[in-house]
Design a protein. Structure first.
Length: 294
């Protein structure tokens, strides 16, 4: 069977929508740094998959209408080229923060005694540690999660932040995502890593039946500035007084937009983790519970 390689270079802001298109309609996904502030995304399709190709082409054109991106390149693969493993060659073992290690499932690792190893299949869903917001969320979590905590992971994607929370000692994690494919991908990763008993996984956002009021010591929302602004009142209700809130998926230019929504609720900005044009913000919830809704 003949195969094609599809590739497109985008700014970090548009990695997520193109990744979604490629993972939904293509076979495999690779991400490579493509110069400052850009990422090269690749996927593969059989030449007979005309309907899937059409879906990708329409989606890419829609994104291109509002994004700074190059034209998608389509390359016919030689019959002897193994597309199923070609995309994996772009991934490597990542070390983040002091002790976190992201290990693709097919790579070998000789861990150090204090390594916190998170084994993940990066081709499954968005959220691999390769994006600046995921990297900085992991740094913030490493510094603020302590054993026995309850954690809310809003916009779980591949489940990487839930996996990290469990590895860092959280004993109860609620993971939510609005995308059914992300939920399925996260479930597979949780099973592979043996943490399903620690996790309540659901589709949707807050408010949600699995995220009770006043339940969490820490919430992490690696979603978007608009998502953080829209959901922050419900995130506050889910947090214990004085709990931590890690807000990410934000461009540096969007800090004021988030502050305008979050700070009137009583959240206090404690720390920032800037990386490239992105930033992750750490807020502390007020020490008194929010007033109940009328």
């Amino acid at each position: 069977m003949a195969w094609k390689e599809l590739s497109v270079s985008v700014t970090h802001e548009f990695v997520e929508p193109i990744s979604y298109l490629f993972t939904r309609y293509g076979k495999g996904l690779s991400t490579q740094v493509d110069g400052k502030g850009r990422v090269l995304l690749k996927t593969y399709l059989s030449s007979a998959s005309r309907q899937r190709m059409a879906h990708i082409e329409v989606g890419v054109k829609l994104v291109a209408s509002i994004a700074d991106m190059e034209e998608m390149q389509i390359r016919d693969l030689p019959e002897d080229e193994d597309w199923q493993n070609a995309w994996k060659s772009h991934f490597k073992i990542l070390r983040i923060g002091k002790h976190i290690v992201i290990k693709p499932t097919w790579l070998e690792l000789d861990p150090k005694p204090d390594d916190i190893v998170i084994e993940l299949d990066p081709g499954i869903a968005f959220g691999t540690g390769y994006h600046p917001t995921t990297d900085t969320c992991l740094q913030a979590m490493e510094q603020h999660i302590t054993p026995g905590m309850t954690v809310l992971d809003l916009g779980t994607g591949s489940g990487i932040l839930t996996l990290a929370a469990a590895k860092l000692g959280a004993t109860n994690v609620t993971a939510l995502d609005i995308d059914s494919q992300a939920v399925s991908a996260a479930r597979r990763n949780f099973r592979r890593c043996g943490i399903t008993k620690l996790v309540k996984l659901g589709q949707g956002s807050v408010p949600h039946p699995t995220a009770r009021d006043g339940e969490f010591d820490l919430a992490v929302a690696n979603i978007s500035a608009r998502g953080v602004a829209d959901r922050c009142p419900f995130i506050l209700k889910a947090l214990k007084p004085g709990a931590w809130f890690i807000a990410s998926g934000l461009l540096d230019t969007q800090k004021d937009e988030v502050a305008t929504a979050v700070e009137p609720l009583g959240f206090t900005l404690v720390s920032e983790w800037p990386q490239e044009e992105w930033v992750t913000l750490l807020y502390k919830a007020p020490d008194t519970p929010p007033d109940p809704a009328p």
